[in-house]
Design a protein. Structure first.
Length: 162
C-alpha cells in the first residue's frame, strides 16, 4: 500500500487540489496474433499524456522468454533493450510518444502464448492507473502442412509435404 500526499487549497467555498497530475494512457498492439517459430514480429506501444500537467515518464517493456529482441524505433526518448526501460523524458499535456519493438519468435516455443506487457509510470500523481499497463499476446502455431500433386502415368497422387 502506498500513501500519496496531496495539497488542497480552500478558495471561497471551493476546495481544489493544487498538486500537479497527469493521466498517462498506454496502448499496445502486436502485428500478428499467431506466429511461427522463426517469425519476426513487432509490437506498437503508444503513450499519451491526457494531462492536465506535463510529466516525466518511464515505460517498462521487457520482452518475455521466447522472444528475442531484434531492433526498435522510438520517438521521443531512449529505449534500452537489456533492461526494457523506455525513458520517454518530459511529455507535455496532450502529447504522445511511440515505441516499436521488433522480436524474433524463438525455436522451442510451439504451442505457447507469449505475453508482452508494458507499464507506464510518471513523476506526478496519475488519477487513472487503469490505463497505465497494457499487454499484447502472440500464440506460436505449427507450420501449415502443404499437399503436393504428383502426376505419374495418368495417376494423381497426393503427398503431404513438411
Amino acid at each position: 500500500m502506498s500513501i500519496v500526499a496531496i495539497t488542497l487549497v480552500l478558495t471561497g467555498n471551493t476546495l481544489a487540489n493544487t498538486d500537479p497530475f497527469a493521466d498517462l494512457d498506454l496502448t499496445k498492439i502486436v502485428n500478428k496474433a499467431e506466429a511461427l517459430e522463426g517469425d519476426t514480429m513487432f509490437f506498437t506501444i503508444e503513450l499519451t499524456n491526457n494531462g492536465p500537467d506535463g510529466v516525466d515518464v518511464i515505460v517498462e517493456d521487457i520482452l518475455p522468454i521466447g522472444l528475442s529482441f531484434q531492433t526498435h524505433s522510438v520517438s521521443p526518448g531512449t529505449y534500452t533493450w537489456e533492461t526494457g526501460v523506455w525513458d520517454v523524458g518530459t511529455l507535455p499535456n496532450g502529447q504522445g510518444a511511440l515505441l516499436l519493438l521488433w522480436a524474433l519468435v524463438e525455436p522451442g516455443t510451439l504451442g505457447q502464448t507469449l505475453c508482452n506487457t508494458a507499464l507506464a509510470t510518471g513523476s506526478v500523481n496519475d488519477p487513472n492507473l487503469a490505463n497505465n499497463m497494457m499487454s499484447a499476446e502472440v500464440t506460436v502455431v505449427p507450420e501449415p502442412a502443404t499437399l503436393a500433386l504428383l502426376l505419374l502415368g495418368g495417376l494423381v497422387m497426393l503427398r503431404r509435404k513438411r
